[in-house]
Design a protein around this ligand. Structure first.
Ligand code: DHB
Length: 369
């Protein structure tokens, strides 16, 4: 095929290392989208090129540069963690290549380049709901525990400010490193402070370790509840977390247990194609990211380059397996429902079961709205 008839998507993801589950989930979701929707769009053959950045931002930058210069990709996508997305933003701007952020969730990312469009979520977007729910449900004092980088700092700030506003007390704000975190000394400190609840943000893949140590230290038996954003009860790991996870309440934009027909089909198809792997919120960001790219390609017929594609991504509205979503034309960020969920056993398996919804939530973190 002539280069003209090919549409290349450069998907840069952590396929190995600490964030490997994010890469595995997003690649599987992107391939599922293509299996369901075909690989010919507007007369062009869509080609997915997957590169492993091992979640090191210098690698993400180098791979994105190669994809743009050598492969001449039409779109860059993926971005497992915030530092990766920020490292690639200047490349997107200089080369006028759309960058579809499918995972990274620090609020400010979309402001780093006018070519960035996000299909994941933001931490401010999901954290505020938890700070509204908890004081109404017997939680008057908390300690926050977050991973010490962009999304953790967003979660800490937006949860704490709203929790204080609602009359709650934040006894201490603890931060753990992104690389090789040891949660034990932090959890010991929480035990000594005896808050009503511990609010946690850790990135996808780290939740099981937090949950295990929370149980081993008898925190739940000492009467300390665990709450957080849904990253800590990640569907990729939840079913193996054991009974310590039962009853944990989180706020997030996606649960594999979301009861819509579109989601039931998505989960069934994903599990069938991936040896029963349950899709998590990362898969959801990848799947909808592919939809946004396909729709933009359809609309533009592949003409007009990166600027036309970004313009065609802005303002898209569609019914996702997670619920209704909207790509805000002004911010290029996703507007979506945020759900309150509780971990329950259903048919012998652990799920985040949604019990309340805040509809059409915009990212509250944008400096200009
Ligand atoms: C980010 C990474 C995650 O795994 C997650 O769950 C949320 C945010 C990030 O680096 O932006």
């Amino acid at each position: 095929l002539a280069q003209d008839n090919v549409f290349k998507i450069g998907l840069v993801l952590p396929m190995t290392g600490q964030q490997a589950t994010t890469g595995r989930q997003i690649e599987a979701a992107a391939r599922l989208w293509m299996a369901q929707n075909g690989d010919t769009v507007a007369g062009k053959k869509v080609q997915l090129i997957v590169k492993d950045d091992t979640s090191l931002p210098d690698q993400t930058r180098r791979l994105a540069q190669e994809l743009v210069v050598n492969e001449k990709v039409n779109v860059l996508a993926g971005m497992g963690i915030t530092p990766s997305a920020l490292a690639v933003a200047p490349i997107a701007t200089q080369s006028k290549t759309p960058l579809v952020v499918m995972a990274a969730a620090t609020s400010s990312i979309t402001e780093a380049s006018p070519y960035i469009v996000r299909t994941s979520f933001t931490l401010p977007q999901v954290s505020v709901a938890m700070a509204d729910w908890s004081p109404k449900n017997g939680i008057k004092s908390v300690v926050t525990l977050v991973t010490d980088y962009g999304p953790g700092l967003d979660a800490e700030k937006y949860f704490s400010e709203r929790f204080l506003f609602n009359g709650g007390k934040v006894l201490e704000k603890l931060r753990v490193p992104l690389r090789n975190p040891d949660f034990a000394p932090f959890l010991q400190k929480v035990r000594d402070l005896k808050p009503d609840a511990l609010f946690v943000f850790v990135p996808s893949g780290a939740g099981a370790a937090v949950m295990k140590q929370f149980g081993e230290r008898g925190m739940d038996k000492a009467g300390i509840r665990l709450i957080g954003t849904g990253d800590v009860t990640d569907d990729d790991q939840l079913n193996d977390m054991g009974d310590v996870a039962l009853g944990v309440v989180t706020s997030h934009h996606y649960s594999a247990f979301h009861p819509s027909p579109a989601n039931k089909k998505f989960v069934a198809d994903f599990m069938k194609a991936n040896k029963n792997l349950r899709p998590n919120f990362m898969a959801m960001g990848g799947y909808d990211g592919m939809r946004v790219i396909y729709e933009a390609l359809k609309k533009t017929g592949g003409k007009g380059g990166g600027d036309a594609l970004v313009a065609a991504m802005k303002g898209q509205i569609f019914e996702s397996p997670r619920g209704p979503v909207f790509i805000d034309a002004q911010t290029r960020d996703i507007v979506q429902n945020v759900y309150l969920r509780k971990v329950e056993k259903k048919d012998g398996q652990l799920y985040n079961v949604e019990f309340d919804v805040i509809k059409d939530v915009k990212d509250p973190g944008k400096s200009k709205q």
